[in-house]
Design a protein around this ligand. Structure first.
Ligand code: NZQ
Ligand code: ZN
Length: 383
């Protein structure tokens, strides 16, 4: 398939790169540093950023929640408008980065409700410039043009994307991830893995390079995931996970090939309704999507079975069953639960989530054939 790709994000990767922050942001700009609930104050990242920007005019905006909230973002927009801020520096995980992207877009929106950026996909033509220091490898937000924002009072979690919100730069220092609690390390490994699967496990598109790029990221996560959980201060393992997660969703592996994203869209509804972490929802849903779509995904499932798990024996059906089982085993091996009941969610969720998806103006998956009935079928396998 044709494609048109331009990824303008400058990546500074490795130990000590935070010290270069000041050089990356124009001297005359007034900066707002955006962060979350305070993890950066406990692990020294805050101090490194403040030191790097000591000669600069910086104000702070903290309290971005995991699954960032619209109301919090709009408070930031007010502060920016009053304080004449020219540049946003997000310091944290995907939630902080996504919030900064939305704030950057909402600030420059001239008229109309900023919620329309998410609800109606109102085009975002301009945004305040932003950069980031990433502390949680997972979402790929540091090198993509997307963001996901939640609105508690409507129980909604919605996506928007625009080239205007690509970060100008992203600093990826693996040492900042040593302090991640196991739950977040696991979330990151699983989220990155499933980002690749969403762009790989569709149907053959005569794109062997894209396939092998995907398989290499999956194999890296399978090798490095357990290492990093066993030895959280292993720089090499942390570095490999960090780069793998960025490559999983910077747009490169999806060039010219079909994409799925059904598990993500179902997962977002589960988070909006029940509050699970993003990656927790994905590990529940994906094995069900693979099972229900196994005929349509047959060729790629067999390729995945062979190239990622070395499964070559038995019938085609047996190999597909084994590949789905091995996928779930991998999630469990890095500490992720894979069933709704393990989160105290009962079978009624199948209907609740199916109804929510039934209201979408489109069907899900690479064939756009996943409707509410299929979502129910997928989730019934996951209770
Ligand atoms: O808020 P603080 O105190 O910083 O703590 C965070 C948060 O509680 C903590 N944390 C982050 N770095 C840490 C750390 N704790 C200790 N040491 C560190 N180095 O981790 C917790 C979770 O952070 P969060 O940013 O919410 O996690 P993640 O990076 O997994 O982001 C999840 C959000 O991104 C969206 C998800 O839907 C969810 O809202 N996604 C964004 C995407 C994108 N922009 O392209 C794609 C994804 O598929 C995903 O939907
Ligand atoms: Zn994700």
């Amino acid at each position: 398939m044709n494609f048109d790709y331009c990824n303008p994000v400058r990546i500074l990767f490795g130990k000590g790169e935070i010290a270069k922050l000041s050089e990356l942001i124009g001297k005359s700009l007034k900066v707002m540093m955006v962060y979350g609930g305070g993890s950066i104050k406990k692990n020294g990242v805050y101090d490194q950023v403040v030191k790097a920007l000591s000669e600069r005019d910086v104000i702070e905006f903290s309290g971005i929640e995991p699954n960032p909230q619209y109301a919090t973002c709009m408070k930031a927009v007010e502060v920016i408008k009053k304080g004449k801020i020219d540049f946003l520096l997000a310091v944290g995980g995907g939630s902080v980065l996504d919030a900064a992207k939305f704030v950057a877009a909402a600030t420059l929106r001239k008229d109309g409700d900023p919620w329309d950026i998410l609800l109606k996909q109102a085009p975002v033509k301009e945004a305040l410039p932003l950069g980031d220091v990433l502390t949680l490898p997972a979402t790929g937000s540091e090198m993509n043009a997307g963001a996901v924002i939640s609105r508690a009072e409507f129980r909604q979690k919605l996506f928007f994307g625009s080239p205007a919100v690509y970060p100008k730069f992203s600093i990826l220092d693996p040492e900042t991830t040593y302090t991640l609690p196991p739950r977040q390390t696991t979330n990151g490994i699983v989220d990155a893995y499933i980002h690749v699967v969403e762009q790989y496990l569709t149907f053959p598109a005569n794109a062997p390079l894209q396939d092998r790029l995907c398989e290499s990221i999956l194999l890296t996560l399978i090798e490095e995931g357990p290492r990093v959980l066993k030895d959280p201060n292993n720089y090499d393992a942390r570095a490999n996970i960090m780069w793998a997660a960025t490559c999983a969703l910077n747009g490169f592996i999806s060039l010219g090939v079909p994409q799925d994203w059904a598990s993500h869209l179902i997962g977002h509804e589960i988070t909006a309704e029940y509050g699970l972490d993003h990656a927790q929802t994905l590990a529940v849903v994906l094995p069900g999507t693979m099972q229900v779509q196994r005929d349509k995904k047959k060729a790629k499932l067999l390729q995945y079975a062979e190239r990622v798990f070395g499964l070559t024996g038995g019938s085609e059906d047996e190999r597909i069953d084994a590949a789905i089982a091995r996928t779930e085993e991998f999630f469990r091996s890095v500490g992720q639960k894979t069933k709704l009941s393990e989160y105290d969610i009962g079978p009624e969720a199948c209907d609740v989530i199916a109804k929510r998806i039934g209201k979408f103006p489109f069907k899900l998956g690479e064939h756009q054939d996943i409707d509410d009935d299929k979502v129910r079928e997928i989730l019934k396998l996951r209770v």
